[in-house]
Design a protein around this ligand. Sequence first.
Ligand code: GDP
Ligand code: MG
Length: 177
Amino acid sequence: AAFRRPVRTLRVKMVLLGGSGVGKSSLALRFGKDEFRSTSPTVGCAYLTRVVHLSEVTLRFEIWDTAGQEKYHSVTPLYYRGAHAALLVYDISSRESFIRAQLWLKELEKQSVPGSTLTWLVGNKGDLDQDRQVSAQEGKKLAKDRSLFFTETSALSGDQVNELMLDVAHRVYEHVG
Ligand code: GDP
Ligand code: MG
């Protein structure tokens, strides 16, 4: 009889960053529970967990969401300290949120967060294509210039959310092994 080797479990800390109203809490809820709520679940959501199984390893994600501190445009470094992955989120229908994302990047670079933390630039609300103010090209370019990964998602429809989760899982596993 073949013995099945026990699969290793890795704990992965993932943080959500970006301006208020871009859909961070909605994405966290999709990641954690595959739900979408039309009212903002921001308050009270400290973190959610989600288990992702890859062939070699099981990843236990702790998904950290801000509880409104992002209004002051910076969160305590404790929030993202030790994070394996960061999702820097903007809203494709809001030019302002894209500009804010760039201010966040400056803040993160000042705290020298990148390096150990793999960072994704995420254009959320992809379903609002008719109100789009930020092209996918612009998002891609910013990501490329800052050595970030890039995707567009919709927490509303769920589009690209699981793909993003799996991409994070694979890359984090490759990174920390
Ligand atoms: P947060 O402040 O970044 O945590 O944003 P929330 O998750 O609270 O979402 C702010 C608002 O945007 C809420 O009304 C959500 O229902 C809405 N929202 C979030 N994600 C999406 C999305 O992908 N598409 C659309 N159309 N609305 C969204
Ligand atoms: Mg929120």
